[in-house]
Ligand binder design. Structure first.
Ligand code: SF4
Length: 401
């Protein structure tokens, strides 16, 4: 392994990328971003599988409005993927995303690029210049005789120059190609050209196993050379496979520690009924030594918690002074709040001994009804718009009209 290349650092929400930060894993949702519940459930599944950052497409106004609801409830920072319409980049920032990805191949007007960079600078948000061999700016492709490594890097540098004109340097860069040798050479050249953190990926790698092999060949080679600060496997598969593969590669190369317990916690938004971080810490301590091979979620409220973390084997959600214990999204038991961590540990052990199906079959018949009543009461008490997203949505509508 070569020493890691020295890069400047950017922050995607709470996740640092570049500098001395650990190499991070990214993945992308394949739900419609406007479908808030489905997208959040996928984000939770990705976080549980090892994704540090998740990207969502922002391809229409409804997607930007969805992001306004998703971001405050996501356990990991969200990046909006922008193609063609610079106004959607502005709308995504209004929605509260922690970063943007712009494709220089399809947003080409310098004024629009600079307008986005200025806004990102004002908001302290990073942007990834995401060059893609398949959608390279035609004039650059023509000049270089196709999507060569030099052409990919030229596209990135041209975009970076626009950003620099407005004094914006909070930038990560990717130069992805589906051809692995081209991708490797492009990143090597880019690493010699700029000091920005690099996001590695082999684009359109296809379904596993070929997609996994191609991605690992490209990303693994560069990481071993010390190049790369954040990675994404682009597989034609459930994105959970991407997150798992990314995580596994980093662990195999010794760039990330092996994960112990798979514990995810919600970020705790305006709906939270408990100190999520405190309870997550208690759960972590109680469960860590037991080395149970399950995924556990600690969620701040019963209104959305069981649904958002329905991919987790087991979870606890708070509400009305109670802990709602759920298995794969179904509430199986309701206990006083003070007993929720103990009940979580006990249920975790029983799941390992008896299996998920048996624990679902043993669910307290009244639990779902109690949870539903608590949910209704909470919504009644606090209203629907606990995160004040309506104001953001109004501003997004003004921007995209
Ligand atoms: S408090 Fe509830 S709605 Fe808010 S992020 Fe946590 S589980 Fe989701």
């Amino acid at each position: 392994m070569q020493p890691r290349r020295v890069t400047r650092q950017v922050k995607v929400g709470k996740v640092a990328v570049g500098g001395d930060a650990p190499v991070s894993v990214q993945s992308m949702t394949i739900t419609k971003t406007a479908d808030v519940d489905a997208t959040l459930a996928q984000i939770y599944a990705l976080a549980g599988a090892g994704a540090d950052i998740v990207r969502c497409t922002c391809n229409e106004e409804a997607a930007a409005e969805g992001l306004a609801q998703i971001v405050p409830r996501s356990p990991v920072p969200i990046i909006a993927d922008i193609h063609f319409q610079y106004r959607l980049a502005l709308a995504a920032m209004e929605a509260g995303v922690q970063g943007l990805r712009l494709n220089p191949g399809n947003i080409r007007k310098p004024d629009q690029i600079k307008a986005v960079a200025r806004e990102a600078k004002d908001r302290g948000l990073p942007i990834r210049i995401g060059v893609n061999a398949g959608s390279l700016d035609p004039d650059i492709a023509e000049r270089h005789g196709g999507a060569t490594p030099e052409a990919l890097v030229a596209s990135a540098v041209r975009e970076l120059d626009y950003f620099r004109e407005v004094d914006f340097e909070d930038v990560k860069i990717s130069v992805k190609a589906s051809n692995v040798p081209v991708m490797i050479d492009a990143y090597r050249l880019l690493a010699d050209t700029v000091d920005h953190p690099l996001h590695l990926g082999v684009t359109e790698a296809g379904p596993p196993p070929a997609g996994l092999v191609k991605s690992t060949a490209g990303i693994g080679t560069l990481l071993a050379e010390g190049i790369g600060d954040t990675i994404r496997y682009s597989l034609t598969a459930d994105p959970v496979e991407e997150a798992r593969a990314g995580r596994t590669l980093l662990e195999a190369l010794g760039l990330r520690e092996r994960r112990g317990l798979d514990l995810i916690a919600c970020p705790s938004c305006g709906r939270a009924e408990i100190d999520v971080i405190g309870v997550a810490k208690q759960a972590q301590q109680a469960l860590e030594d037991r080395r149970l091979p399950i995924q556990v979620a600690v969620m701040g409220c019963v209104v959305n918690g069981p649904g958002e973390a329905r991919g987790a084997d087991l979870g606890i959600a708070a509400g009305r002074g109670k802990g709602h214990l759920f298995v794969r999204g179904t509430v199986v038991r309701v206990v006083p709040e003070a007993e929720m961590v103990d009940a979580l540990v006990e249920e975790a052990e029983r799941i390992v001994e008896e299996g998920i199906e048996a624990r679902l079959a043993a669910a307290d018949a009244a639990a779902e009804a109690i949870a539903a009543a608590d949910r209704d009461e909470l919504v009644e008490l606090r209203g629907v718009d606990v995160n004040h997203t309506q104001d953001r949505i109004e501003r997004i509508r003004d921007l995209t009209d």
